[in-house]
Design a protein around this ligand. Structure first.
Ligand code: OAD
Length: 235
């Protein structure tokens, strides 16, 4: 990392775990209690928008009380310190935004943004109200139902984000941090970067499918390991 000009970091829920945001998989993961097909698909929303909104409202309440942790802070610092740094995140909590991260690509959107479910043409809008002002929230343009502007299972990522993530793989160092590396296309980026000659490293509590593909797998908490690396990089 000392000599690198282009750094890319892919992050997942594990980066926000120390802030108190629950992860999806693992012993305390959200998908242990809830089924993604009931809560995080367009079909689920079409079937029962109230139920889906209740779940998102609960998560918004939870996240609103959380602060960025040392992992977000180190990544934010690197995002400004390297000649080119790209941070690809699967997290919708915006804690990277709150830590002041430059070059951030939010692959799965933001829980703090809403969009028109009926696709009336309104641009997605920001709504940080906790609790929500109206339940379920509605589109300010057409008055129809609003949805969280996040990417659900079965939906495509924004083409501009996919392109940016593809370009970000042309780097010297690629770190995959706090992600179970099972959800594509995000999980594929580390392989792509490696094929393009990047030095790749994983930082995660547990081994993942990416562990055997990276140059070095460091197992431990992201907030501890990233702080440690940052200290060692300081001249
Ligand atoms: P997961 O919950 O699948 O994985 C989180 C990973 O972080 C696990 O491998 C944990 O071992 C690890 N972890 C937990 N605490 C950690 C810590 N303090 N330091 C380092 N690692 C830690 O979350 P994602 O990989 O982000 O998508 O999940 C990917 C996508 O699947 C999410 O964006 C979401 C989910 O379903 C959608 O909702 C579309």
């Amino acid at each position: 990392m000392r000599g690198a000009k282009r750094l890319t970091i892919l992050t997942g829920a594990g980066v926000s775990a120390a802030s108190g945001v629950p992860t999806f998989r693992g012993p305390q993961g959200l998908w242990r209690t809830y089924r993604p097909e009931d809560l995080a698909t367009p079909d689920a929303f079409a079937r029962d928008p109230h139920l889906v909104w209740e779940w998102y409202a609960w998560r918004r309440d939870q996240i609103a009380a959380c602060q960025p942790n040392a992992a977000h802070e180190v990544i934010a610092q690197w995002s400004r310190g390297f000649e080119r740094c790209r941070v690809l995140t699967q997290n919708v909590d915006d804690l990277h935004v709150r830590a002041g991260t430059d070059g951030l690509i939010r692959l799965h959107g933001s829980i703090w943004e809403l969009a028109c479910w009926g696709d009336c043409g309104a641009a997605p809008w920001r709504d940080e109200a906790v609790p929500l002002r109206a339940f379920p929230p509605s589109c300010p343009q057409c008055g129809g139902l609003a949805r969280p502007a996040v990417v659900w299972f079965g939906e495509s990522l924004a083409q501009s984000d996919l392109d940016a993530a593809f370009d970000a793989c042309a780097c010297e160092v690629f770190l995959t941090v706090g992600t179970s590396a099972v959800v594509y296309p995000a999980a594929g980026r580390v392989h792509h970067a490696r094929r393009h000659g990047a030095f790749t490293a994983e930082i995660n509590l547990d081994p993942t499918p990416a562990s055997s593909a990276v140059d070095v797998a460091l197992h431990g908490a992201a907030e501890t390991i990233l702080s440690d690396i940052a200290r060692r990089l300081t001249p």
